[in-house]
Design a binder for this molecule. Structure first.
Ligand SMILES: [Zn+2]
Length: 285
């Protein structure tokens, strides 16, 4: 399942070449995505691409110039722009198994292709075997404020305040998308290992100093994962179909029975909120 670093990787890669490109056409291959959503998108130019939590937001400009009509004897008059000429944002969420692929060569679309956005230089393809990914179009002004790195931006004091009201393990709180947008199972395990905090502890019991450790750990773990273009444990691939490299840097995730890199003790596995959780009982208190 793509988490914050994987989605950030896609956004950065898209931002590298897509802004300014004009949409030539959109093909929806899965009726579940809804044809109505993409009406009127052809002809629009891509603006910026942003990550918000695990959403990929693609801004699209107006459809070219407003048409000009000539009226005999009255000169030229511009037609008033319609609602459909407003700027739009496409919000894409990959959910469980969605991925994006940039294809410059022709040829058939890969298996499980659900959506194809065509440009002069190539096409952007949404592939999703389990069909949970969502794609919807909104006017630009209703797009909520952008979140860069939720943990970096939230001061540790407010993390503590939010946590005090919640009765659940700290790991579950980190994975709560209403609290921190973008952290899933892999990175919650890694962040808590780096912070030296036992994932089973009640979130409300962490001190301000401990929340600062969580904050610092996430500011190390997440950017490094972005540098590595994400973690390819199962099916994650970047925009160009390459595996990420962060799986080579994981310190606890999926390492039960192996030695801890810090204390040489043994990494253990437990379940929290139904999800496999890995930690070092000696280093994480
Ligand atoms: Zn250890």
């Amino acid at each position: 399942m793509p988490e914050l670093p994987e989605v950030e990787t896609l956004c950065r890669q898209l931002n590298g070449f897509l802004p300014g490109a004009k949409i030539l056409g959109i093909d929806i291959l899965d009726p579940r995505l809804g044809k109505r959503e993409v009406e009127g998108l052809a002809g629009r130019k891509i603006g910026g691409i942003y990550r918000q939590g695990k959403y990929i937001r693609i801004e699209m400009g107006k459809r070219g110039q407003n048409p000009v009509i000539s009226e005999p004897g009255k000169g030229q008059k511009k037609i008033k722009p319609k609602r459909s000429d407003d700027r739009l944002t496409a919000a894409l969420h990959l959910r469980m198994t969605g991925r994006l692929l940039w294809q410059t060569s022709g040829g058939p679309a890969p298996s499980y292709t659900r959506l194809i956005i065509s440009f002069a230089t190539g096409r952007l393809i949404l592939i999703d075997p389990r069909r949970f990914a969502t794609f919807c179009i909104r006017p630009v002004e209703t797009a909520p404020a952008l979140v860069a790195n939720p943990l970096e931006e939230l001061p540790s004091q407010s993390l503590k305040k939010i946590a005090e009201k919640r009765r659940l393990p700290v790991k579950s709180l980190l994975m709560d998308q209403r609290f921190v947008a973008g952290i899933g199972n892999i990175y919650a395990c890694e962040i808590l290992y780096h912070a030296g905090i036992d994932p089973r502890r009640q979130a409300g019991g962490l001190s301000g100093a401990e929340w600062r450790k969580v904050q610092k750990a996430s500011a190390t773990v997440l950017p490094r994962a972005v540098e590595c273009r994400g973690t390819s444990i199962s099916d994650w691939r970047d925009l160009f179909g390459r595996s990420g490299e962060n799986q080579n840097h994981l310190e606890v995730y999926s390492r039960e029975g192996k030695p801890c890199h810090r204390c040489r003790g043994t990494i253990e596995r437990t379940k929290i909120g139904g999800r496999g959780t890995w930690f070092c009982p000696a280093c994480q208190r």
